[in-house]
Design a protein around this ligand. Structure first.
Ligand code: 5AD
Ligand code: FES
Length: 347
């Protein structure tokens, strides 16, 4: 086990079988060792700085039916909403006053959010907040659409690959979705000059250590600017309702592996991690994470954006989340910075 950590540190990658052995050896001792090493790497590249991004959940309408997701199309119990452009701009206004310089517009693949509407919203944010980064996270689109969003002013795009294994991808998604298309989207986005984020759920139903090894190999190859990983958490209205949640420790272990493998990567301590463990995000920073994405969505809609059960921060105002996060970040010796926090890979 220790040998693979050393090799990972030296060569910044491993062979699939070595990754598998490394992950299989995740126990309290190895977790402590790899966390320490990842912290060292973070400290060298980012100091004790944690970047914040304001997350705005713009729509919970989705044409897809991913089996793990609470807001999938096939769930009749979701009260659907879509924020108006005015409401989105209002979230940005609140966020800007709280020091946010990145806005992440996330939503389901909502057919009513046409390219034109997205472009209009992005252009408006770009106009009002020229010093802010605009991140989109609205799923699979054509390269032409991605290009239009870019021209309207978007800088970054988050699209988790979910799993790099074909068979596992089909286990998690209906037939009309394919890993090939997902990957194509990521390469298109990269090609267009976006800062891109990929990622996956830890402990997703049907996931094996071999799959996780494939995820790591894919991430190394893709070399994204950001990697979002969090534990899978079951949602009561999905067919995976009775599946166990992912492991917090394995998530922390993987955060450290990714930090060591991609030293410059932007790595969020996710809301899912904070949902499964009250100190999950703090533990995330101590494992190499350097980003948090507190919620700027209108409080009245937050409960409706329930990808999984018991999601935290659904009752708090933006300012409360911001304050709460500052305290959490500081409690483990880090500090929040309020610049755009562009990927060092862009420098
Ligand atoms: N548990 C944890 N994460 C989830 N996501 C979707 N459903 C769940 C769940 N049940 C993640 C997916 C998606 C991101 C927006 O949220 O990885 O890409
Ligand atoms: Fe939202 Fe703590 S970060 S309440």
């Amino acid at each position: 086990m220790k040998q693979w950590i050393d090799k990972l540190r030296q060569e910044r990658t491993l062979r699939p079988e070595e990754f598998r052995q490394l992950l299989t050896g995740c126990d309290a001792d190895s977790l402590r060792i790899i966390n320490e090493q990842a912290r060292e790497v973070s400290l060298r590249h980012f100091g004790n700085r944690i970047y914040i991004r304001g997350l705005i959940e713009i729509s919970n309408c989705c044409r897809n039916n991913c089996y793990y997701c609470g807001i999938r199309k096939g769930n009749p119990h979701v009260a659907r909403y879509r924020l108006s452009p005015e409401s989105i701009l209002d979230c940005c206004k609140q966020g800007y006053a709280l020091g946010f310089r990145t806005f992440v517009l996330q939503g389901g693949e909502d057919p009513a959010l046409t390219d034109d509407r997205i472009e209009t919203i992005v252009a408006a944010i770009r106009w009002h907040y020229p010093d802010c980064a605009i991140t989109l996270s609205i799923g699979e689109k054509s390269k032409e659409s991605y290009q239009k969003f870019k021209e309207a002013g978007a800088d970054r795009y988050l699209l988790r690959h979910e799993t790099a294994n074909e068979e596992h991808y089909r286990y998690l998604h209906p037939e009309n979705l394919s890993l090939t298309n997902r990957k194509q989207c990521l390469y298109d986005l990269k090609d267009l000059g976006y800062q891109i984020g990929a990622g996956f759920m830890v402990g997703a139903p049907g996931q094996t250590m071999e799959h996780l090894a494939e995820d790591l190999v894919f991430l190394k190859e893709l070399n994204p600017h950001m990697v979002g990983i969090g534990p899978f958490i079951p949602h009561h209205d999905t067919k995976f309702a009775e599946e166990p949640a992912g492991s917090v420790d394995l998530t922390l272990f993987l955060l450290s592996v990714i930090r060591i493998m991609l030293p410059q990567v932007l790595l969020p301590a996710t809301t899912a991690l904070g949902t499964l463990d009250p100190r999950g995000r703090e533990k995330g920073f101590q494992s190499g994470a350097n980003v948090v994405m507190p919620n700027l969505s209108p409080v009245k809609n937050r409960k409706q954006y329930e990808l999984y059960d018991n999601k935290i921060c659904t009752g708090e105002e933006a300012a409360e989340c911001r304050g709460c996060l500052s305290r959490r970040v500081e409690s483990v010796g880090y500090e929040i910075v309020t610049d755009r926090g562009d990927s060092p890979m862009m420098a």
